[in-house]
Design a protein around this ligand. Structure first.
Ligand code: BG6
Length: 506
């Protein structure tokens, strides 16, 4: 299939989706309102959706088509990235439909099948269907079996293509991920299952591939001979934002390390794929993940925390245990840090430190490759302890770009060397704005382009990394408290200090 970096279609001729119906389950949820519906409009606005494109919402709410169109309109006005244009909306809204129903109600799915068949006839969508399951994981099997029962999944001889999109979490552990995969596999062929990890849709994450493999500068030093360690940070300043039902019992590691952070690790650590085809890219990521080693001593090689009350943005905020819907004795972690190794010739002995947390001082995601110190400093006026290590920092968000840190002479008569930064900032180098991750990924689904969607084997190997850590934590009492608005629990600092290193400042 196409290549996300080198395919000329990406750069010169925009890829346009075929006429198709996108059926969204869970369309009244937050993700749909803030991300998915606006992304659909943005794609339409960029001319990437064909006139026949149709959107069907499915939820319990007693809405008519017009109600759903109105809600979508509001979501678009509030959250779309690109300017609102009446004519784009007018065309898009012609294909908007809504079906009221419960996920377990066969009659509702029969109505859905009729609606979709009618759209095929009226709008020339030719049997092409994508089903987006933005629903709690417990509902995946319910929806998928209804799709099969009603024949919506396609099946032998059905015209057009039939794809299913699922949002993480892909299971709760290895065993449940396998069950989920078997269940999906019984209804949809492997190539029709698109697992969304929205981090892979981010421009800055894809740019890691360009940085590594479109240049000669970095790859020669991208290994254990030059790299001291790697820090992958995903810090958030928000709390759980009303998502207690989802988050309690899941926690930071399952929520984002199992997927986003391990995917970032895989892209950082993997070998160069022979091409950027789905199979080649995913095989390299999978190999890197299979080489990951967890610490022998999980007590010193991991840390977890739970935010307590504190201050953020000048305002007092509640602790996790006082959030609505969270049980006061919950042991769910809102912060997790893990030290991992990657046992390959390239990375043996180089620690990869992963950390993530909610209600931290700031929102920031980055991959920092920290290089070894220069073996010798022939400058009297420079204190080697003061001079930091060279670093290459991929700033994933919010200040998207890349920073290179290196030593430079301080102007003056002494040969004093100090760290300076050289910066690449998206805003300064490009006039094109970055599409939202969901725009890119939704278009990939509609075009049938799978490289940016993790395959099941990657999901499995990620759970193999996390399961023993989760088991260790489950047996180990309560997470440590850290004040909201801080940089995390003391245990995470100690993890680094024991290794003679420190976290980058948030
Ligand atoms: C989601 C997690 O996958 O990513 C959320 O479930 C988290 O807990 C979100 O807040 C962060 O996404 P982003 O794109 O804002 O970094």
């Amino acid at each position: 299939m196409s290549n996300p970096l080198r395919d000329p279609r990406d750069r010169r001729i925009p890829r346009v989706a075929e006429p198709s119906v996108l059926v969204m389950f869970g369309v009244t949820g937050d993700l749909a309102r803030k991300k998915l519906l606006p992304a659909i409009y943005d794609l339409a606005n960029r001319g990437l959706l064909p006139p026949g494109f149709s959107l069907v919402g499915f939820a319990r709410r007693e809405w008519a088509d017009e109600d759903f169109a109105r809600e979508t309109h509001e979501a678009v006005r509030q959250y779309a990235r690109t300017p609102f244009r009446e004519e784009v909306w007018a065309q898009l809204s012609e294909g908007v439909r809504f079906v009221t129903g419960d996920f377990s109600d066969p009659a509702a799915f029969d109505r859905l099948a009729e609606t979709v068949a009618k759209l095929d006839a009226e709008r020339g969508t030719g049997g092409n269907r994508a089903f987006y399951l933005s629903v709690p994981p417990s509902q995946f099997p319910v929806v998928v079996s209804q799709l099969e029962r009603s024949g919506l999944h396609g099946g032998p001889g059905a015209p057009g293509w039939h794809r299913v999109v699922i949002e993480k979490p892909f299971g709760h552990d290895l065993a449940s991920a396998r069950e989920l995969n078997d269940m999906l596999g019984a209804v949809f062929p492997t190539h029709s299952v698109f697992r969304i990890d929205h981090y892979l849709g981010k421009e800055t994450v894809q740019n890691l591939l360009a940085l590594r493999f479109a240049n000669t500068l970095f790859e020669p030093v991208w290994n254990r001979r030059y790299v001291d360690h790697v820090q992958i940070t995903m810090a958030e300043d928000i709390g759980i934002n009303g998502r207690a039902g989802y988050y309690d019992g899941i926690g930071a590691a399952r929520d984002v390390i199992q997927n986003h952070l391990l995917q970032l690790l895989a892209l950082t650590a993997m070998e160069e794929p022979v091409s950027f085809d789905a199979d080649a890219l995913r095989a390299e990521k999978q190999k890197a993940l299979s080489a990951v080693q967890i610490p022998d001593n999980l007590a010193t090689g991991t840390a977890r925390g739970q935010y307590a009350a504190g201050w953020q943005g000048g305002k007092p905020v509640r602790g996790f245990l006082a959030e609505d819907g969270i049980s006061p004795d919950s042991v769910t972690e809102t912060y997790a840090a893990i030290k991992l190794g990657v046992d390959t010739r390239r990375w043996a002995g180089v620690p990869f430190y992963l950390r993530t947390g909610k209600r931290l001082t700031t929102r920031m995601t980055e991959i920092a490759v920290i290089f070894q110190r220069a073996p010798h400093l022939p400058f009297n006026a420079t204190d080697a302890r003061e001079l930091g290590q060279n670093a290459l920092v991929i700033r994933v968000q919010p200040d998207e770009g890349v920073t290179m840190r290196f030593g430079s002479k301080v102007p003056g008569s002494a040969m004093e060397v100090r760290d300076v930064n050289m910066d690449f900032a998206y805003g300064e180098s490009f006039t094109e704005a970055s599409p939202e991750a969901y725009e890119r990924l939704l278009l990939d689904v509609l075009v049938g382009d799978p490289p940016l969607f993790p395959r099941h084997e990657e999901v499995e190997v990620s759970w193999k990394i996390l399961d023993p850590i989760e088991e260790f934590w489950a047996a180990g009492g309560r997470p440590e408290q850290y004040p909201a608005g801080s940089s995390g629990p003391a245990g995470a600092e100690a993890l680094m200090t024991r290794d003679g290193r420190s976290w980058r400042r948030l």
